[in-house]
Design a protein around this ligand. Structure first.
Ligand code: BES
Ligand code: MN
Ligand code: ZN
Length: 500
């Protein structure tokens, strides 16, 4: 399996003299655009070279304070300057994350004979803002390494984040950003790897390899162990494939842990829809259907590497949903882990079945909070679009806790309800419950189904990342085409919040 390696990133208190590219900001202040972060000396030399103030030159070439705006200017000595729009001058970490991402993405597209040294000069001072700059720069440099291993010629040699603050908290913020960005890129790599290369067995092996050298214990249940344990959801969904299912359990249990978080991820390595076969258009991107598992695993690695004082138990429920003579049928009744029986109404509603097994198992660890992450429903995309994930929870306190973490991480979630009576739509004549309801509120019925498998006393939140896990269109900000690594940052931020 190929993997992307992040460029080196350092923190400096002034712009390195040898930077080939300097990224600086244009922000809106009292209705007018102003330069942000550009070192005086660079500005003076550029003004001299152009014979007019740099802001005027940048403006005449189209530079704007609008987020997403990027303009490349020729600087002195063959150096290039990239003006990126920051939006309002009172920047949030996310504004800076996006601007840095846009700057580095633009830099990596520049023609050059050798890899470029890129300086990010966005006047970041507060630790959270510096962290945003570093994360945005690293995430914006991501490129998937082809399956053949043929790596596109390296375009970025090194990144420097410039901050006038020499505070130790700022150094710490940059180190955290590196660990988090590496985890996001790991999740992206896994999502982008095609399903003939990444399938349950190889995904489980890759997970094991990824956490080697950390204080995480790994347990992998293969198909025989799943049979012995009675994991009827994973076995049914994985039964149509020649590539048998796996359940991966990671355990990070540091001394002095303040809380115990369980994370459960959907790991359908390819979703054909099974016997309820998807049409070609809907099937093409379904290698992304393991993005929840990828996020759960990668975030757990980051949490362990950061040495957070939180116990984390992560489950990745891995199966391939294929139609075949051994595939599970609509109307089959499955006996799930823990004994609940489920009538399968549609073999394309496979995610909730593998999640049910893993959630029931996660409950046995008696964690303080269970979070699940899944590319669960097209209905969630109909409701919220491609860039916002859905969040449903057992109670508003759990929901707010996750929403706060997501906000601080710069990821977009929107709470959806699980209205009274939703569970009633899942009543079955032949089993304890059916796997789906009618055509309305599909994201909500899916959540109600999952909730059945969570012990009532444990707070629970469900993240439906069907839209934002995979970017079907062109890159933007720090988000590439393909796997995005959605939810990794929120999971890490949540663990951070549980420490105090
Ligand atoms: N993996 C899909 C959901 C999905 C759709 C993820 C688009 C990413 C992009 C899921 O397994 C699925 O097929 N859900 C069905 C459920 C239905 C059959 C009840 C759906 O949403 O149509
Ligand atoms: Mn499906
Ligand atoms: Zn699916």
């Amino acid at each position: 399996m190929t993997s992307f390696s992040l460029p080196a990133l350092t923190l400096a208190t002034s712009c390195p003299k040898d930077a080939d590219v300097v990224v600086f900001g244009v922000a809106e202040s009292a209705g007018s655009p102003v330069l942000v972060g550009l070192p005086d000396e660079v500005e003076r030399r550029a003004a001299k070279q152009f014979g007019q103030p740099l802001l005027a030159v940048a403006r005449s070439l189209g530079a704007d304070s609008k987020p997403g705006s990027t303009v490349v200017l020729p600087g002195a000595d063959g150096r290039r300057l990239i003006a990126v729009g920051l939006g309002n001058i009172d920047v949030t970490p996310e504004q800076v994350r996006r601007a840095a991402g846009n700057g580095v993405r633009t830099a990596s597209g520049l023609k050059s004979e050798r890899p470029l040294r890129v300086a990010i000069c966005l006047d970041a001072v507060e630790p959270e803002v510096v962290k945003g700059a570093a994360e945005g720069a690293l995430l914006g440099s991501y490129a998937f390494v082809k399956v053949s291993g043929a790596q596109a010629a390296e375009s970025i040699a090194a990144l420097t984040v410039v901050s006038s603050s020499g505070k130790p908290e700022v150094r710490g913020a940059v180190e955290t950003a590196k660990t988090v960005a590496a985890a996001v890129c790991l999740a992206r790599d896994w999502v982008n790897t095609p399903a003939n290369v990444l399938y349950p067995q190889t995904f489980a092996e890759a997970a094991q390899a990824a956490v080697k050298g950390t204080r995480i214990d790994v347990e992998v249940l293969d198909e025989k162990a799943l049979e012995r344990g009675g994991y009827g959801g994973l076995l049914a969904v994985g039964g149509g494939s020649s590539r048998p299912p796996r359940l991966v359990r990671l355990s990070y249990a540091p001394r002095g842990a303040k809380a115990h978080l369980a994370v459960v991820g959907k790991g359908i390595t390819f979703d054909t829809g099974g016997l309820n076969l998807k049409p070609s258009d809907g099937m093409y991107t379904m290698k992304c259907d393991m993005a929840g598992a990828a996020a759960a695993l990668a975030a757990t690695r980051a949490i362990a590497q950061l040495g957070l004082k939180v116990r984390v138990t992560a489950y990745a429920a891995m199966a391939e949903n294929m139609p075949s003579g051994t595939a599970y049928r609509p109307s089959d009744v499955l006996t799930m882990y823990g004994g609940t029986t489920v009538e399968n109404v549609n073999s394309d509603a496979e995610g909730r079945l593998v999640m049910a097994d893993a959630l029931a198992r996660a409950g046995e660890d008696s964690p303080d909070l269970i979070l699940d992450v899944a590319t669960l429903t097209g209905a969630c995309m109909v409701a919220l679009g491609e860039r916002v994930a859905g969040l449903m929870a057992s109670d508003d306190q759990a929901a707010d806790h996750v929403l706060d973490a997501a906000e601080s991480a710069g990821e977009a979630f929107w709470q959806l309800p699980i209205p009274d009576g939703t569970r009633k739509k899942l009543d079955s004549k032949v089993a304890d419950l059916r796997s789906g309801g009618n055509r309305y509120g599909g994201a909500l019925t899916a959540a109600a189904f999952l909730q059945t498998f969570v012990p009532g006393e444990i707070p629970w939140a469900h993240l439906d990342i069907a839209g934002p896990a995979f970017n079907d269109e062109g890159p933007y900000d720090y988000v590439p085409s393909g796997g995005t690594g959605m939810a990794v940052r929120t999971l890490v931020a949540l663990a951070q919040s549980l420490q105090s």
